[in-house]
Design a protein around this ligand. Structure first.
Ligand code: HEM
Length: 416
C-alpha cells in the first residue's frame, strides 16, 4: 500500500485546513500524486488526469460516500435524529445508477436553463437590493462585510424564488445549510454536533412539509414541477422529491455564496483583472470560470472503489475511500499551464473540476454562473473602487470539501 510518508510529516498535512492548502497540493502533485492518508482513512488524489479518470469511471468509483460525515455522528446526536424521524438520504450526489439515472432525468427536466433564465429579472433585483444596502452602510460610515451582507444571503433569496419558499424562511434555511455543511464535511467535536443534529431534524421535516404543501397549493416552482411530474406518471416517490429538496436547499446556495465571497477576495488580490472587467464587462463570463478554477467553492469530493483499480500507477484497493482534491487538479500545470497563476484570459479555464465531472456533474452550474455574472456586472458598474479593507486578512472555515471564507471585509472610495 502506498502509505503516506515523508511528504505528510514534512508538511503536517491537515485536510481540513483551508487557509493556505495550495502549497501542499503542489507538493502532492509533484512528489506523490496518490497516497493513503492514515488519519482520515482516505486515498488522496491530486492530479487532474487521475481525478478526471476516477470521476469518469462511475462503474468502479461510486459516489455512495459523497455525503458520509467525515466525523461520525455521536450517540446522542444519532438518538436525536432517530427520535426526530430523520430518514433523509442524498437527493442525487450519493445515489448510484440506476436509481441516480432515474431521479436525475426527472430532476433535469425541471431544473433546466429555462427555469433559471426565467428568474433572471428577479436575480437582478435581489442583487441590486443587497448592493443598495452596502452602499447605505458605507455612507453611514459603517464597516461592510461583503460576505454577510451580499454573498451569504443573495444566493438563498435566488434559490428560494426558484423553490417557491417565502423570504421569511431564508435565515432558517441558511442555518440548516450551515449545519449540513459542517456536520458532513466539517471537523466537529461530539458536543458541537448536538445543535446541528436538532437542525437536521427540523430541516428534513421542513422538506417533507414543503412537498405536502406544494401538492395542495402548486405554484410555478421547482417542487411543484416535481410533484406534477409524479402525478403525470414519472417514477419518483414523495421521499425522493423531499430528498431532492433536501439537496437543493443546501447545494443551491451555500456553494454560490462561497463563489461570490471567493470572487471578491480573488479579484481584489488581482487588481489588473478587476480593472479589466470594469473596463470591459464582456470579460466577466471567463473571469467567473477562472475564479471557479483558481479559488473554487468545492476543493475536494469523494468516491469509493467498488473493486481494485490502478490509477496513475497506484493500485486503489477494493473498498478504498478516495478524496479527490479537485482544487489541486484545477492547478495542475499538465492541464492548465502556469496553473498557480490567476489569468482571466485563460482559454481552457472552463475545463476546471469545480462542478465535478461525468454523470453527477452539477445540475445548478448555469444558475451559479448566472448569479456570479450578475453580481460582478452590477458591482463593477456601481463600485469600481472596491478593495479589501486594509486590516482584513481572509480566513477560511475548517472543512474537507468546502473552502468557505468567514468574512470578506471591503471598503471603497467615498466618491464611488
Ligand atoms: C458555485 C456553485 C456550485 C458549485 C461549486 C457546485 C458544485 C457541485 C459539485 C462538486 C457537485 C458534485 C459533482 C460530481 O459528483 O461529479 C455538484 C452536484 C450537484 N449540484 Fe452543484 N454546485 C454549485 C451550485 C449549484 C446550484 C446553484 C444548484 C441548484 C440550483 C446545484 C445543485 C446540484 C445538484 C442537484 C447536484 C447533484 C447532481 C448529481 O449527483 O447528479 N449546485 N455540485
Amino acid at each position: 500500500m502506498n502509505v503516506m510518508n515523508p511528504i505528510r510529516e514534512a508538511s503536517a498535512f491537515d485536510p481540513f485546513e483551508m487557509n493556505a492548502p495550495q502549497p501542499n497540493w503542489a507538493l502532492f502533485r509533484k512528489e506523490q500524486p496518490i497516497f493513503f492518508h492514515q488519519e482520515t482513512g482516505y486515498w488522496i488524489v491530486s492530479r487532474y488526469a487521475d481525478v478526471k479518470e476516477i470521476f469518469d469511471d462511475w462503474k468502479t468509483f461510486s459516489s455512495e460516500n459523497a455525503q458520509k460525515p467525515m466525523r461520525p455522528m455521536c450517540e446522542e446526536g444519532r438518538r436525536i435524529m432517530a427520535d426526530g424521524g430523520f430518514t433523509a438520504y442524498s437527493g442525487l450526489t450519493a445515489r448510484v445508477p440506476p436509481e441516480h439515472t432515474r431521479i436525475r432525468k426527472i430532476a433535469q427536466e425541471c431544473f433546466g436553463p429555462r427555469r433559471f433564465k426565467a428568474i433572471e429579472p428577479q436575480i437582478e433585483a435581489i442583487v441590486k437590493r443587497h448592493l443598495d444596502t452596502i452602499e447605505d452602510m458605507h455612507k453611514r460610515g459603517e464597516k461592510v462585510d461583503f460576505w454577510k451582507e451580499v454573498a451569504y444571503p443573495v444566493p438563498a433569496y435566488v434559490l428560494f424564488t426558484l423553490v417557491g419558499i417565502p423570504d421569511e424562511d431564508v435565515p432558517m434555511i441558511k442555518t440548516f445549510g450551515d449545519s449540513r455543511l459542517t456536520l458532513t464535511w466539517g471537523d466537529l467535536t461530539d458536543a458541537e454536533q448536538i445543535p446541528h443534529a436538532h437542525n437536521m431534524v427540523a430541516y428534513w421535516n421542513y422538506c417533507q412539509k414543503l412537498i405536502r404543501h406544494k401538492r395542495k397549493f402548486p405554484g410555478d416552482d421547482l417542487p411543484s414541477d416535481l410533484v406534477r411530474a409524479q402525478a403525470a406518471g414519472q417514477e419518483i416517490t414523495d421521499e425522493e422529491i423531499a430528498g431532492l429538496m433536501y439537496s437543493v436547499l443546501f447545494a443551491g446556495h451555500e456553494t454560490t455564496s462561497t463563489l461570490m465571497g471567493n470572487t471578491i477576495i480573488t479579484l481584489m488580490n488581482n487588481r489588473d483583472a478587476w480593472d479589466a472587467i470594469c473596463a470591459d464587462p464582456a470579460k466577466i463570463p471567463n473571469t467567473i470560470e477562472e475564479i471557479l478554477r483558481f479559488s473554487p467553492s468545492v476543493v475536494g469530493w469523494r468516491r469509493k472503489a467498488r473493486h481494485a483499480k490502478t490509477i496513475g500507477g497506484v493500485e486503489l484497493p477494493a473498498g478504498a475511500e478516495i478524496l479527490m482534491i479537485t482544487g489541486s487538479a484545477n492547478r495542475d500545470d499538465a492541464q492548465f499551464p502556469g496553473g498557480e497563476t490567476f489569468d482571466i484570459g485563460r482559454q481552457n479555464a472552463r475545463t476546471h473540476m469545480s462542478f465535478g465531472y461525468g454523470i453527477h456533474y452539477c445540475l445548478g452550474f448555469q444558475l451559479a454562473k448566472l448569479e456570479g455574472g450578475i453580481v460582478l456586472r452590477q458591482l463593477t458598474q456601481r463600485i469600481p473602487s472596491l478593495r479589501l479593507a486594509s486590516d482584513f486578512t481572509p480566513r477560511f472555515h475548517r472543512n474537507i470539501s468546502f473552502r468557505v471564507p468567514s468574512e470578506v471585509m471591503v471598503d471603497w472610495n467615498r466618491s464611488a
